[in-house]
Ligand binder design. Structure first.
Ligand SMILES: Cc1ncc(COP(=O)(O)O)c(C=O)c1O
Length: 490
């Protein structure tokens, strides 16, 4: 059905003329035009098929017929706002709640991840009566003003002077290139103690903490998997001073991690956030999102006396779509698929790491996987230009992958959840060839790379022990020159 109205160059020209220049395209030097998509595949105006390893929004697969049909049917019947009683709203809330710990029982439906996080901050401020927010370094939580303030990924680009005095940045609990690494005896406690110290310093200046906010796994921050127990310890420190814990599941929720429906559950059954925000995959591309919290927090929000109204949030069409997404995840066992294919993908990548000095670390859970490219295995120097080169070359071979993290050197897999073993074989096979080429050009071979065990002070407790249940490994390597440095965040 989808057809081209303009030829590609005309689309580019019109975009330049009418669309804000800060709205970037993927592959800036040679953008692609996509006119239709199905499952994990996207198709260009020339009907070329691309394997999509980028779109975690098309969670159950692009244009899933059941999701499309649920939306169309409800749109034909009624779409209106939540001030009218409608069963879709309560039915969907009930279904979503069933995926969460009992305590998280009250939903607010909104339209985007940013709206969800902004509302989460309002809930925290109202509930605690405090103002300050602790966020993680390299975090991204959304594009509205309140969230740029708590998103170092963004505000660092504006210069440090832009940081609000009510925002405190804790180190990212990154055990590969963070402050405390896999050789630390207890990185969970060490990183949580950093949060405790921030709280103490803030208190000394008369500030009070309203909330700690973190993605359950940092995505833009470089596919970071926090050590198990970190969230419990942080929650303890934050709740001790009257604050709340906000888990941002906008990227990583809805079964992506395979072993659990929510990524915060990777921390253990003894951890329950006070507020959870959801977005992207929730509507498989339909703009909708949700904040779920405890009855207690919701009552505090109510006590302000102000109504919360959202014109589109929780409308019958969005709720129908949200329910269809949950149905498909269940019917097609997509969480199970994420677990199985994710494990297979990690195995392939680990084999690749044995062969390629450019790979410093592979880490992931389910279909949330990162490949950290390094120029030097010992120093873990980010191979930024090489990562950009890899994603451009992959794109030329019809595989869509992105690179992110503070150094833009982490290849990110976050494909639709119907991603198959064959897709993993194809993508990893192509990466293998590209890395071989790059390393040949750079004069690198695996023997240049020191073995981890020979690194002084390196303990044998691997990431596996620290972030149990995940596969992750680290190595490091020698020098490369940068071929190109295509400055694009994808
Ligand atoms: C972790 C996280 N939170 C929130 C957002 C904001 O979501 P949206 O773009 O739907 O407003 C994003 C978007 O990339 C995100 O990655």
């Amino acid at each position: 059905m989808a057809t081209e109205v303009f030829d590609k160059q005309k689309t580019i020209d019109l975009r330049k003329k009418y669309i804000g220049p800060s709205c970037k395209v993927f592959f800036n030097h040679d953008p692609i035009k996509i006119i239709r998509a199905r499952g994990q595949y996207m198709y260009s105006e020339k009907d070329e098929q691309y394997l999509d390893c980028i779109n975690n929004v098309a969670h159950v697969g692009h244009s899933h017929p059941e999701v499309v049909s649920a939306g169309t049917k409800q749109m034909e019947l009624l779409n209106t706002n939540s001030r009218f009683l409608h069963d879709n709203l309560v039915h969907y809330a009930q279904r979503l709640q069933a995926t969460l710990p009992e305590k998280l029982s009250v939903c607010y439906f909104v339209n985007s991840g940013s709206e969800a996080n902004d509302l989460a901050l309002r809930l925290a401020w109202q509930h605690t009566g405090h103002k300050d927010i602790i966020t993680l370094d390299n975090a991204y939580h959304g594009h509205v003003s309140s969230l740029i303030d708590i998103s170092p990924y963004k505000f660092h680009q504006l210069g440090q002077t832009e940081q609000s005095q009510h925002v405190h940045v804790a180190p990212s609990p990154d055990i590969y290139r963070g402050k405390f690494r896999e050789d630390h005896p207890d990185p969970a406690t060490a990183y949580a103690d950093e949060v405790r110290d921030i709280i103490e310093k803030a208190h000394a200046k008369g500030h009070k903490i309203a909330a700690f906010i973190a993605e359950s796994l940092q995505s833009c921050g470089g596919q970071v998997i926090p050590p198990v127990g970190y969230f419990q310890k942080v929650a303890h420190h934050v709740r001790n001073v009257g604050g709340v814990f906000i888990a941002d599941e906008v990227q990583v929720g809805f079964g992506r991690v395979g072993s659990h429906f929510w990524a915060f559950q990777l921390q253990g059954d003894d951890f329950v956030p006070d507020i959870v925000t959801m977005g992207k995959p929730i509507g498989n591309g339909h703009p909708m999102s949700c904040v779920v919290t405890t009855r207690e927090v919701a009552e505090s929000f109510m006590s302000s006396g102000m109504e919360y109204f959202n014109t589109f949030g929780g409308n019958p069409v969005s709720c129908a779509i949200g329910m269809a997404v949950l149905d498909v995840i269940e019917k097609e066992d997509l969480q199970g698929n994420a677990l199985r294919v994710g494990k297979y993908l990690m195995e392939l990548l680990e084999k690749l790491k044995e062969k390629h000095p450019l790979i410093g670390d592979t880490r992931g859970c389910g279909l949330f996987v990162g490949v950290d490219l390094v120029k030097d295995r010992l120093k873990r120097t980010p191979a930024t230009a090489e990562a950009q080169d890899v994603i451009y070359r992959l794109k030329d071979q019809k595989i869509l992958l992105s690179a992110d993290g503070p150094h833009r050197n982490v290849l990110k897999f976050k494909p639709p959840m119907c991603f198959s073993r064959e897709d993993a074989d194809l993508a990893v096979g192509k990466i293998d060839h590209i890395l071989t080429d790059l390393e040949k050009a750079l004069g690198l071979c695996i023997s240049d790379a020191p073995d981890l065990e020979s690194v002084p002070n390196k303990r044998k407790n691997s990431f596996k022990e620290i972030v149990h249940g995940f596969q992750s490994n680290s190595v490091s390597n020698s020098n490369t020159n940068t071929r190109t440095n295509k400055k694009q965040r994808t």
